[in-house]
Design a protein around this ligand. Structure first.
Ligand code: F6R
Length: 369
């Protein structure tokens, strides 16, 4: 059942190239246009949408957070990302011109289902991005865009996250195409980059997995970790911290790197491991700020573990470890940078002798509010 892997989580980490490829498959026609046959929401409604609200919990919400950066950039529509359990209780502003996008692996998360019901009552159309066929969310939504990640057995989500980002990106590019926000060749360009992601994820696993696993074992006695990221690296930092909490039961916190000096830097002390996700040097404004953050935490004694693009040598002087990731446009960066964080969390949990597939106190789907 585990396909030769020690755990389902290992298997599912290795299925990520296929999960992304399968989520893209059949959704781009020979002219390079996105065809979402399952999109049963009237194109006129989609053209008139003036706000998108993404509703989800946990890892799925981080996928939504990543998608916000892409969809706002491509479609020029404001995107709010809301934790499902906060949404319903705060009198949210929802109208017929709001598109609600619910993201869920299981399609059975009660918080998300209740939030979707509330949005529909306010007249919003609901699109569900779901992995499980025929699940409650899939049945209740106006349209479903399935992530074709295959069954996810390990409690901690991995391949569903990558498939959710991929599906959100298809949605964003589809809306941009429909609404004429982007020239067809720009959409085609992003689709081409997306199509390259499975091979890049595989290269990353082939090249870095062993080292990252060794690092997980080496740091198994640490009791606290920080994760810093900026732009799309920020939700990746949050996801990296969540994986470590869930699997290894250690304190881990993700921050927007720019927030460091507004408080969290007080936590930094000798030997504290800090992961930093560095943007591509081809975005120098973003890149250089994050590199200074590495310097700032290093100067206060942090053990810095830097995730950087292949060939980015500027990080070397300040990094205790560098995890190298294939070059890709910024918006594609999360599909790569999260992978070593998943591998690290699993390796650290393994070194502590913990049950990686079934962490304590957690259930695969949370069917109560
Ligand atoms: C984290 C994790 C959870 C789920 C969350 C939503 O590894 O698995 O945070 O992402 O409970 O679950 P779904 O996607 O089934 O709605």
């Amino acid at each position: 059942v585990k396909g030769g892997y020690e755990t389902f989580m290992d298997k599912e980490i290795h299925e990520q190239p296929v999960a992304v490829a399968d989520t893209l498959r059949g959704r781009v026609d020979e002219r390079g246009e996105i065809q979402l046959d399952e999109m049963r929401i009237d194109p006129a409604v989609l053209r008139s949408v003036d706000k998108i609200i993404v509703i989800a919990c946990g890892t799925a919400a981080y996928a939504g957070h990543v998608a916000k950066y892409a969809i706002e950039h491509w479609c020029r529509v404001p995107v709010e990302v809301e934790l499902a359990h906060e949404f319903r209780y705060r009198d949210p502003v929802v109208s017929e011109k709001t598109l609600t996008v619910a993201i869920s692996q299981s399609g059975e998360t009660m918080d998300t289902i209740q939030a979707v019901r509330h949005a529909r009552e306010q007249g919003s159309k609901v699109l569900a991005i779901v992995n499980t066929y025929g699940s409650t969310l899939a049945r209740e939504a106006d349209a479903v865009l399935y992530t074709h990640a295959g069954p996810e057995v390990a409690v901690a989500s991995t391949k569903a996250f990558l498939a959710q980002i991929t599906a959100c990106y298809l949605l964003g590019l589809y809306l941009a195409q429909l609404r004429g926000n982007k020239w067809p060749d720009e959409v085609a360009d992003y689709l081409a980059h997306l199509a390259q992601m499975p091979a890049k994820i595989q290269d990353l696993l082939d090249g870095q997995e062993e080292r990252v696993r060794a690092l997980g074992a080496e740091l198994a006695d640490k009791t606290s970790f920080l994760f810093l990221g900026r732009h799309v690296g920020y939700p990746v930092a949050l996801e990296g911290a969540l994986k470590l909490k869930e699997l290894a039961y250690v304190h881990a916190e993700g921050f927007a790197a720019g927030e460091l000096k507004h408080g969290p830097i007080a936590l930094v002390e000798e030997g504290l491991p800090v992961f930093v996700i560095v943007p591509t040097p081809r975005r120098p404004l973003l890149h250089d700020k994050v590199v200074s953050n590495i310097q700032e935490v290093r100067a206060r004694g942090a053990r810095t573990i830097v995730i950087a693009e292949e060939g980015d040598l500027t990080v070397e002087p300040f990094a205790d470890d560098v995890i190298r990731v294939p070059r890709t446009p910024t918006l594609m960066w999360p599909l790569l940078t999260v992978v070593p964080l998943q591998v690290f969390a699993a390796a650290l949990a393994r070194a502590k002798g913990l049950d990686i597939d079934q962490p304590r106190n957690l259930a695969k789907s949370v069917t109560v509010e």
